[in-house]
Design a protein around this ligand. Structure first.
Ligand code: 9MR
Length: 358
């Protein structure tokens, strides 16, 4: 009679993989060699591992990174997808009315093409980082519609054929699920979202069009609002293809245990899902315990994406603590990314990699 096998759940598998990854990290920290004496094959990058699961693993990138050769080397070799952190935002692309500047955006797209990386376009409409001529102007609905249409179509056309996803509208809802009172909403009403999607689709019919937000990892009033909106947009025949879950987490607020279920309910509406801006911050200083918890969260988030067929990939909001937005906004927090500020992989890197089978 054979011995009954212990049931291996996906959670125990993750835990085992992470323990293995973490013990390798501990060896590294202690200065012990973990690599074989003879040169083996180069370890597979995150991007390549994700590809085996028909997913991408990407990173955001911003201006300062382009002046940092060590940073660029990893950016080009480890990741299969890039998102410009700022270069495609309105203030950068149309700094004066009708005057477009694609210098920074083209730098990201050219780098990505040279390294065979996909690009997520971020973002066409957002209440933040708008040029002064737009926020300080007074607009009739008709004028603003014309300005929006021209902006969206000029930017999308410029990059036509080179952008996999567009975050067409970013952060349209408040925490309670009501519409954010942005300039667009106040002047045009909620219909601006459908219009923006239609205009973007006209300009590049092959790009997948996303709505994107933070604090929508789990099921709650804000993600419910997106669920209702996307259902309605689909019913109305509006071109919406994806829901972007930014994934800005903080250890002190807990892991969104229902992230997988939440992704699945969007997938069930017929749209894809992407984890678009993942980072997991902590109160500083970082300790080995906090870094270990962070590692399990990265692993659990990546695992959730792998478990949902229509979850197409994960992007970290830059890959190194050196260029994270967090310390500038939350002064006592940080250490949120899979590489530290010296570009050394952290436990989170090894844990994410382990889930991908590396
Ligand atoms: O990473 C971006 C940072 O450099 C900017 O200063 C900041 C301005 O608000 O925007 C950051 O990126 C945001 C992204 O565009 C949308 N989701 C939240 C991100 C972090 O604030």
């Amino acid at each position: 009679m054979s011995t009954p096998r212990k049931r291996t759940t996906s959670r125990t598998r993750t835990a085992t993989r992470i323990l293995t990854a973490l013990s390798a990290t501990a060896c590294l920290a202690a200065g012990l060699a973990v690599a074989p004496a003879t040169a083996g094959p180069r370890p597979a990058p995150l991007g390549d591992l994700a590809k085996k699961h028909h997913r991408y693993f990407g990173s955001a990138v911003d201006g300062p990174g382009f002046a940092d050769p060590a940073y660029l080397k990893l950016l080009g070799s480890e990741f299969g997808q890039l998102t410009p952190a700022n270069a495609m935002k309105w203030y950068a692309t149309e700094p004066e009315r009708g005057v477009f500047d694609f210098t920074a955006a083209d730098q990201v797209v050219s780098f990505a093409r040279a390294h065979h990386q996909k690009v997520r376009g971020h973002t066409l409409l957002w209440h933040n980082q708008l040029p002064a001529w737009l926020t300080e102007g007074t607009w009739t609905a008709g004028e603003l519609r014309a300005v929006l249409k021209n902006h969206i179509q000029t930017v999308v056309r410029h990059h036509k054929g080179r952008i996999m996803h567009w975050d067409v509208v970013n952060e349209a809802f408040e925490e309670d699920g009501t519409y954010r009172e942005s300039l667009f909403y106040k002047t045009l009403g909620p219909g601006y979202i459908a219009d923006a999607l239609r205009w973007a689709h006209e300009a590049d019919p092959h790009a997948k069009l996303y709505l994107n937000d933070y604090n929508v990892d789990g099921i709650g009033p804000k993600s419910d609002a997106y669920h209702r909106l996307i259902k309605q947009l689909k019913a109305d025949g509006v071109p919406v293809d994806g829901f972007g879950i930014q994934g800005h987490l903080a250890l002190q607020y807990g892991f969104p245990a229902d992230v997988r279920q939440n992704m699945q309910r969007f997938a069930d509406l017929g749209v894809e899902v992407a984890v678009t801006e993942l980072d997991i911050r902590m109160r500083l200083p970082a300790t080995p315990e906090k870094l270990a918890t962070q590692a399990t969260w990265y692993a659990d988030y990546v695992e959730a994406c792998l478990a949902v067929e229509k979850c197409v990939g994960v992007t970290v909001w830059d890959y190194t603590d050196k260029y994270s937005w967090i310390p500038g906004v939350f002064p006592d927090e940080g250490a949120a990314l899979p590489y530290d500020e010296h570009l050394r992989p952290k436990p989170a890197y090894h844990a994410a990699k382990a889930v991908l089978g590396g």
